[in-house]
Design a binder for this molecule. Structure first.
Ligand SMILES: *[C@@H]1O[C@H](CO)[C@@H](O)[C@H](O)[C@H]1NC(C)=O
Ligand SMILES: *[C@@H]1O[C@H](CO)[C@@H](O)[C@H](O)[C@H]1NC(C)=O
Ligand SMILES: *[C@@H]1O[C@H](CO)[C@@H](O)[C@H](O)[C@H]1NC(C)=O
Ligand SMILES: *[C@@H]1O[C@H](CO)[C@@H](O)[C@H](O)[C@H]1NC(C)=O
Length: 568
């Protein structure tokens, strides 16, 4: 504390010399350690694709941030909000002043204040600036400009927010670009300029908790290159890393719709272990992670969520879910797209043991099951249904249908979690139309309740199954699908007329439900069907021959695809 005061007085002198004004805060400040501040983040949520949108708030898929959204996140049980902000298009002057537009700064302060007023811990950062102007890996990067602009930007942010409560944490730079030691050296300098700018802005900043940045904010590059700053030794600071691994699963790439094998779990633990081995005494949180609700299979997503959050907690890492606005919270309705997934996340963050729906974990399987669903094929005989759960030591307390409990004649469960729904209970499915029949709720002795959705399904129909690439207009292509079961595209296989794959020939070494499958980004499921992005359409065109897309649905079974042809 004493040394910190001396330093802040020194900093004050330097700052005044720079003819800028020091804030004299009227409110008191409850000093805390980085470890305590980071622990209080768990679990957190990101106001993604909002103030970080390029060029402006509202430019991407979300409307401007609303206080009501933050209140919905608070009511659901989250403790912290990360507010990513891209400042790049809000400078009103160039070098050397790099003045931030006052209206934009006011707007950021409004949103930060809304979050603080709800008693959230808040992480405020410099976000996509990392690739818009602060990327040292581009050709002819001007590192002098990056250093100057970054420092000026943080001087202004730190000055504006200098008197905010200790619940406000500053984060230097989101996912800094680059890959080499040289890029990391620049970043390590930026971290020290950040410390300096924050301290010189005065107010409560010398005691504010800071999140410093490692290259890409990934575990490996941060471990390799991050150097601990030696200035401001009493400033409470720590690190964060971001985690989107395995990429193919969390984004639904290359037909990867399963997760949860021992090897899958070991890989995640290994990444955390490596980071922890390097930074065991550095307070750390996970500022972003997510498993897409639109692109992943439900039971696998629940398993991942549970394992991710509880493993992070074991290592002492609070975690903040990324939400781009399309994945988690529907900001219009206030409903979460996967309420069970959020229940699992909250329970795991609270240290509770969840029971889970089982699902396929073997990558070589030719069909996949998921205990988040019971799929009854249209016009097939009704029989007892067996559905496997991973009880994790809990017991099943009840199954309810719209709060009415099922009776012992309807179901039974073994100690190892094999649930049987009786044929008599399922008999109404015999005459039900394809689609969702009902959703049951399973309550366990501990952890989150799970849903079990009963679907009748058959092969979906596509009004158009042949597209002529020669006459197709440029832009995104929307392929309508009349669903006849779970309304979600599971995966897309893309094979050329000569038998080769549209992309990623190496997928020939994967299991049959991944061989020749198209990666994420050029296609995605959307409410009414399948969207092929403009670049995806260009790739189809560039193939130079006809392409056959095998569009797959859940349940996934080898050979059960609806074929869409692209001719020319
Ligand atoms: C803070 O207090 C100092 C010393 O009293 C004064 O010089 C400075 O102008 C004040 N700053 C602001 C922003 O009011
Ligand atoms: C690099 O940036 C500095 C500071 O903004 C500027 O003075 C200098 O002219 C820039 N150099 C080039 C080559 O653009
Ligand atoms: C630290 O990180 C490096 C580089 O990623 C890794 O090779 C090493 O095993 C880690 N050290 C410990 C003690 O975990
Ligand atoms: C695709 O459209 C082009 C241009 O209209 C036409 O010449 C070609 O015959 C069509 N291909 C097929 C297979 O119908």
């Amino acid at each position: 504390m004493h040394v910190s005061h001396v330093l802040s007085i020194l900093a004050t002198v330097a700052y005044v010399t720079n003819s800028q004004s020091i804030q004299n805060c009227t409110r008191t400040f409850k000093s805390t350690t980085a470890a305590a501040a980071f622990a209080a983040l768990d679990p957190g949520w990101n106001l993604g694709n909002t103030l970080d949108a390029v060029p402006n708030e509202g430019s991407w898929n979300n409307p401007p941030a609303q206080a009501s959204t933050l209140a919905q996140v608070k009511a659901r049980g989250f403790k912290s909000i990360r507010i990513p902000v891209t400042w790049a298009y809000h400078f009103t002057s160039d070098s050397p002043t790099w003045q931030v537009d006052k209206t934009f700064m006011d707007r950021v302060e409004t949103v930060v204040d809304q979050a603080l007023a709800l008693d959230f811990s808040v992480v405020l950062n410099v976000h996509h600036d990392s690739w818009v102007w602060a990327d040292p890996s581009v050709a002819n990067a001007n590192t002098t400009m990056i250093e100057e602009k970054f420092t000026r930007l943080w001087s202004q942010i730190a000055s504006r927010f200098s008197c905010k409560s200790s619940k406000l944490i500053f984060e230097a730079l989101n996912e800094p670009a680059g890959s080499t030691k040289e890029h990391a050296d620049l970043l390590n300098r930026l971290n020290t300029y950040f410390l300096d700018a924050v301290n010189r802005a005065g107010g409560h900043n010398p005691n504010r908790v800071l999140s410093l940045s490692g290259l890409n904010m990934n575990t490996e590059l941060t471990s390799l290159y991050f150097t601990r700053p030696t200035t401001y030794p009493l400033q409470p600071w720590g690190l964060q890393f971001h985690y989107y691994s395995p990429y193919d699963f969390v984004f639904g790439a290359w037909g990867k719709t399963i997760w949860g094998s021992d090897a899958d779990k070991a890989s995640l633990v290994n990444d955390f272990e490596l980071f922890h081995g390097n930074f065991s005494h550095v307070p750390t949180f996970i500022g972003e992670w997510s498993v897409s609700t639109g692109q992943t299979e439900t039971a696998a997503r629940w398993k991942y969520t549970d394992f991710f959050v509880s493993t992070a907690k074991k290592y002492g890492y609070s975690s903040m879910q990324w939400d781009n606005g399309n994945d988690q919270l529907d900001r219009t309705t206030g409903k979460w797209r996967d309420e069970v997934g959020i229940d699992i996340l909250l329970a795991a963050a609270a240290g509770k043991v969840n029971s889970l729906a089982d699902s396929t974990e073997d990558g070589s399987a030719t069909s996949q099951f998921s205990s988040a669903y019971y799929f009854h094929k249209l016009n097939t005989p009704i029989a007892d249904a067996q559905i496997q759960y991973i009880l994790n030591g809990n017991t099943l307390l009840s199954i309810t249908d719209n709060s009415t409990p099922l009776t012992p004649a309807d179901f039974s469960i073994t100690p190892s979690g094999l649930l049987t729904l009786s044929a008599s209970y399922l008999s109404p499915l015999a005459t039900a139309q394809p689609g969702l029949h009902k959703t049951l709720t399973l309550t366990f002795s501990a952890g989150a309740p799970l849903t079990l959705s009963l679907y009748v399904y058959t092969t979906p129909t596509l009004p158009v199954t042949t597209y002529n690439l020669t006459s197709l207009p440029p832009g995104d292509l929307h392929i309508p699908i009349s669903y006849a079961g779970l309304p979600q595209v599971a995966a897309v296989k893309a094979v050329l007329a000569d038998g080769s794959y549209l992309t990623d020939a190496w997928t020939m070494y994967l299991g049959v439900l991944q061989r020749g499958y198209w990666t994420f980004g050029e296609w995605e499921g959307e409410g009414a069907g399948l969207k092929i992005s403009a670049s995806g359409v260009e790739r189809l065109r560039g193939a130079g021959q006809d392409v056959k897309l095998g569009v797959e649905f859940f349940p996934r079974v080898e050979g059960e695809a609806v074929v869409v042809r692209f001719v020319r």
